[in-house]
Design a protein around this ligand. Structure first.
Ligand SMILES: C=C(O[C@H]1C=CC=C(C(=O)O)[C@@H]1O)C(=O)O
Length: 411
């Protein structure tokens, strides 16, 4: 696959150290924000120095990595700060399904970053060229909600059908998702959603890229030099109504054979995908609990050291789609998702994040998110289904997973 890029032939890139910029989200001047922020650290971008539409295909990550390598190698870079995220950076979000055409990389004109006490501003392109005038953010108003592809009952039946296929031995696990749509009175401003998500879910990665906005707890891969990290999530319970109930639910999740099975598929696949690329790969034998404001997940933190020079996008290519969002075996699960969900997921549950010219970067799985298109938002939530899954319980779990974006829209 050969990609086309809308960009000047040679990017001029200058990074300078800046005093602590404070809250990154409030520095975003435009509704079409680019962001990747957790606990107040990360990068925020605006303007477009380059936009790269990436067609569908199993090789979309490799094609994107190759084009960025070329674009960044040709850039004229002045970067005295020289830490991951400085110099030229592309934000990106990829379609979940290789048959979905919907993936994009964007190199912003400005990137404001903060990490471990260092802050920087990167300017890409002509410094003197004016950016559009900043606009104040406006919260969405007059929201009207509608079911997406499958109303609740139909989705429950899809889950029951998936359980049947699993019990018949066709596959071990599949993740089924559903969508909801909301329409506001005016175009939705990503900055308002980011603000609310970052405030309520500070431990998640608040992201915004080309209309895909959310706060995901799941780190697909972070590459910092040779080091790679991932946080595998699968297996979920809602938080309790009081501390005793919360502890009881967490204990039930931790000891649930059904959730352990759901988790094991995901952790095993990540280990198998990373093992050929890594030395010193550690995947815990047993998951731990990750507690979020609305949910508790089973979580496996994974670490390794790359044995060859691979961009973070090369590692994304090896990992996506994990059984946290697809299933096992992958191809059978992908076919069942196409058959039962009745929709194209677009970029929901695809990789979202950023990559720099060193090949460093952070990519999450786009969960707890919505695709914003003018005044419309399409929200997504999915659940891992195994032989012992109960359709009613999965529907309740999906409702809880819609919660963060419903909150982001309504406040
Ligand atoms: C597919 C989603 O969550 C995944 C990540 C964590 C836990 C999951 C679960 O327990 O089903 C899912 O695998 C979603 O939030 O839409």
């Amino acid at each position: 696959m050969k990609l086309a890029v809308t960009a000047p032939e040679r990017l001029a890139v200058r990074t300078v150290p800046v005093p602590d910029p404070g809250d990154l989200i409030s520095r975003l001047p435009h509704p079409t924000a680019l962001a990747w922020i957790r606990h107040g650290e990360g990068i925020a971008g605006w303007g477009e120095a380059a936009r790269i539409p990436v067609p569908g295909g199993a090789d979309r990550f490799a094609a994107a990595a190759a084009l960025l390598r070329e674009l960044f190698a040709a850039a004229d870079v002045d970067d005295p700060v020289d830490v991951p995220g400085t110099g030229p950076v592309a934000f990106g979000s990829f379609g979940f399904d290789p048959e979905s055409p919907d993936s994009t990389l964007i190199v912003p004109r400005r990137i404001l970053g903060r990490r471990d006490g260092t802050a920087w501003l990167t300017t890409i392109g002509d410094d003197a060229e004016p950016l559009t005038v900043p606009t104040p953010p406006h919260a969405p108003a007059g929201l009207r909600w509608q079911d997406g592809a499958l109303p609740e009952d139909a989705w429950r039946q899809a889950v029951a059908a998936a359980v049947g296929r699993i019990r018949d031995g066709h596959l071990g696990k599949v993740v089924l998702a559903r969508d909801l749509t909301a329409r506001a009175d005016a175009p939705i401003d990503a900055r308002v959603l980011l603000r609310r998500l970052a405030d309520r879910f500070p431990g998640c990665y608040a992201f915004s890229c080309d209309g895909l906005v959310g706060a995901t707890p799941e780190l697909l891969i972070r590459r910092t030099g040779d080091d790679i990290e991932s946080l595998v999530l699968a297996g979920t319970t809602a938080r309790g109504t009081d501390p005793a109930d919360d502890r009881a639910r967490a204990a039930r999740l931790f000891n649930s054979p059904k959730d352990r099975e759901e988790h094991r598929y995901a952790a095993d696949m990540v280990r198998d995908a990373l093992a050929p690329l890594c030395a010193d790969l550690t995947v815990p034998d047993e998951p731990e609990l990750l507690t979020l404001p609305n949910l508790t997940h089973l979580a496996s933190p994974v670490h390794g050291r790359l044995t060859a020079d691979r961009s973070v996008l090369d590692v994304v290519a090896a990992l996506h789609p994990t059984p946290a969002v697809c299933g096992t075996p992958t191809d059978t699960a992908m076919d069942l998702i196409r058959e039962l969900e009745g929709m194209d997921r677009g970029r929901y549950s695809g990789p979202v994040g950023w990559v720099d010219a060193r090949g460093d970067g952070e990519w999450g799985i786009a969960l707890r998110c919505a695709q914003i298109d003018g005044p419309s938002a399409r929200l997504f939530a999915g659940c891992g289904i195994v032989a012992d899954s109960d359709p009613d319980a999965e529907l309740a779990e999906a409702r809880t997973k819609f919660g963060p974006m419903q909150y982001a829209l309504h406040g």
